[in-house]
Ligand binder design. Structure first.
Ligand code: ZN
Length: 360
């Protein structure tokens, strides 16, 4: 039989360090990669700035470091591109929870430069994935396209001492983003069977394993001990690597992520701040699991065990917005899922949210 897939390419990070003081490995990583000056450091303007500044001073004896701050906007990004081009930077280091890492990835794609990721929270699996995970500003999407793909990070330094300083909601969000793999993988299987989409059993198994490990330790998430943070971080990195193996975000993102992106859009239209990514995704996972005929009650129990909000009220999302998001989620992107091509009717969406206890 002809091998329909042809040649496959797997890309993965070269160095992954996790644990207390993982950040101290940066010098070793840079030497192994034969990095030359200058290096462009990208961080947020407040909390992550201090981490980036410490990192810069540890490297400055040996390297020239340029540091740009970003809030995730187009102007910051264009400035960073200009700085990087002018000084011919050899490497990018992204320090942050979400947006600075996404900006680093866009820069890496634009400049064709390698990048290192230093996550300051364990709130999502974008810390190790080759794709941009957040809903970026409209201007950035218009300028660079929506689905930006880059190579996997060359190194990941997940310092659990730094990550443990992040707020409790970031851990819950990371847990929610992991539980989502259960519905994401099922959607992927569906697309494989109904649309003959490329599918990788390895990537799917690895993604599900990440969800399983996190769920087996659900009760520890609240404790935020070094060991539980390490489990969460490892699982998030595992999910990111699964995306690298698949060559797409398919193993990590299905209908539950489309629901979350729909909430992002509706929140921005309403001028309200969306709930954290992993929290929205977790609520989506409960409902999509119901549609897929999976054990949604078990998923909900695990989320409750980890302290993750499972209702619109707990998550601070209006019930109307939940229902509206369910009806538009299928239009978010060209990705075949349990939502099919025409999505849910308003009454079906309302019923789904009620029966799963997401709305009263
Ligand atoms: Zn996610």
């Amino acid at each position: 039989m002809e091998n329909k897939k042809g040649l496959e390419r797997i890309e993965s990070p070269r160095y992954i360090f996790f644990g207390p003081n993982a950040i101290s490995k940066i010098g070793e990583v840079l030497r192994s990669l034969s990095i030359r000056s200058p290096i462009l450091l990208i961080s947020g303007p407040s909390v992550t700035r201090a981490v980036a500044e410490d990192l810069a001073s540890s490297l400055e004896p040996d390297y020239r470091i340029l540091h740009v701050l970003t809030t995730g906007g187009l102007e910051d990004l264009m400035d960073a591109i200009k700085t990087a081009r002018k000084s011919e930077v050899d490497l990018l280091i992204g320090v942050g929870g979400g947006k600075p890492l996404d900006i680093t990835k866009i820069l890496a794609a634009e400049l064709g430069v390698r990048y290192v990721v230093v996550p300051t929270s364990a709130s999502h699996d974008g810390i190790a994935s080759p794709s941009v995970s957040f809903t970026l500003s409209r201007e950035i999407e218009e300028r660079f396209g929506r689905a930006i793909r880059v190579e996997a990070p060359t190194a990941i330094l997940a310092d659990t001492t730094i990550i443990n300083r992040a707020s409790p909601i970031t851990f819950k969000s990371g847990f929610g983003d992991l539980v989502a793999k259960i519905t994401a993988v099922r959607d992927w299987e569906l697309a494989y069977k109904l649309r003959d989409e490329p599918y990788s059993e390895y990537a799917a198994s690895m993604s599900l394993l990440s969800a399983k490990i996190a769920m087996d330790h659900a009760h520890e998430i609240r404790t935020r001990l070094e060991e539980s943070t390490r489990i969460l971080v490892k699982a998030l990195i595992g999910s990111g690597v699964a995306m690298s193996i698949a060559g797409s975000s398919r193993p990590a993102s299905g209908s539950e992520h489309m629901f979350s992106h729909a909430l992002d859009i509706l929140s921005s239209e309403a001028g309200v701040k969306p709930a954290p990514h992993g929290i929205q995704v977790a609520i989506g996972t409960i409902m999509m699991a119901y549609l897929q005929g999976q054990d949604w009650k078990m998923i909900k129990e695990k989320l409750i065990e980890a302290g993750v909000p499972t209702t619109a009220e707990e998550a601070g999302i209006s019930p109307d917005m939940i229902v509206k998001a369910l009806t538009i989620a299928h239009k978010i992107r060209e990705r075949y899922t349990i939502l099919g091509s025409s999505g849910l009717t308003l009454s079906a969406a309302e019923k789904l949210a009620r029966v799963t206890g997401v709305i009263k």
